[in-house]
Design a protein around this ligand. Structure first.
Ligand SMILES: O=C(O)CCC(=O)C(=O)O
Length: 301
């Protein structure tokens, strides 16, 4: 992350990084997504869910984009993005949740700005009533501190006027809550002028701090906007109530497994790695026992 990018991120709360994905990575992401949409009546929309599909679904686990494999796995620790996350979140960040958003296919197009105001989104904030503890932004002694950094990988071109990502630049440092009458806009025409609408091309990544008031502009594009969101936080912070279990996915390398570890004050530092390993082993054991109980129940029916 160069000095200009650092300046822009501190000033505005977001930056656009051009061409982080190759053409074949974009194609792979699109193909895997469309296969899901065509063949799966309940396509994977990501791990950012608190509503379980059925009574039998295990709590604290959710489907993830990572299950789609291929480039969706590579996005966990994309080399082009890693230096930004290290600078913005620190050395031992974790992936908290992921999801895919398809503008054009969405029924509700209203812009809901959320976050902003030093993390105090307030009781009406879309991401949940927050006391500001997890949604922070700070720059101190030459170091960035962020409670959650989102990386939005664009799979389609988003031209000016289409819609897509929007935010109130600088609102991550605002000391006051977002004025109520600026929070919601049903059409682009109703959006306040202070909102930045961010155009991007397929393969670009928009990196933003969740502390910046942001949302999605009501979509006007000709075709769809498909965006994969991967959201990262410091190792001791948790947003999603659903943690990853690296054992659920095939083909992960060690670095990716570390990024999927559940939250902990220790983090995957070398000195405390054994504690994280044990947590992972215990999750695997819990899963094995659950499966065993489920098959016993089935047999006794
Ligand atoms: O559509 C976008 O890029 C904004 C998504 C958003 O508001 C979020 O992930 O919290």
């Amino acid at each position: 992350m160069n000095e200009n990018e650092k300046y822009l991120f501190d000033l505005r709360g977001y930056i656009v990084i051009k061409d982080v994905l190759t053409t074949s990575q974009i194609e792979d992401l699109r193909t895997r997504l469309e296969t899901q949409r065509q063949t799966n009546p309940n396509p994977i929309i990501g791990s950012d869910r608190t509503i379980l599909g059925s009574e039998d679904d295990p709590a604290w686990s959710a489907r993830s984009l990572i299950e789609m494999g291929g480039t969706y796995i590579e996005l966990i620790d994309l080399p082009a993005i890693k230096p930004y996350l290290t600078t913005l979140v620190g050395d031992h960040y974790r992936l908290d949740h992921d999801y895919i958003k398809i503008d054009g296919a969405m029924k509700n197009k209203t812009l809901y700005l959320h976050g902003g105001g030093q993390g105090a989104g307030g009781a009406k904030d879309l991401v949940g009533p927050t006391d500001g503890g997890q949604c922070f932004y700070r720059y101190n002694n030459g170091k960035f501190y962020n409670g959650l950094v989102a990386v939005a990988f664009e799979l389609d071109d988003v031209k000016a006027g289409d819609g897509g990502f929007a935010c109130i630049p600088g609102s991550h440092k605002s000391n006051l809550g977002l004025p109520e009458d600026w929070r919601v806009a049903k059409t682009q025409e109703h959006m306040p002028d202070i909102v930045d609408r961010v155009a991007a091309s397929a393969g670009d990544a928009i990196i933003f701090t969740e502390a910046c008031a942001h949302g999605t502009v009501p979509w006007k594009g000709q075709s769809e906007r498909r965006t994969a969101f991967y959201k990262y936080c410091p190792h001791a912070v948790a947003w999603s109530p659903c943690y990853y279990n690296a054992d659920n996915y095939e083909g992960l390398n060690q670095a990716q497994r570390k990024i999927l570890m559940p939250p902990s004050a220790y983090g995957p530092h070398d000195a405390t790695e054994h504690i994280w390993r044990r947590a992972q082993d215990e999750q695997a054991e819990l899963k094995r026992l659950r499966n065993e109980v489920a098959s016993l129940k089935k047999r006794n029916k």
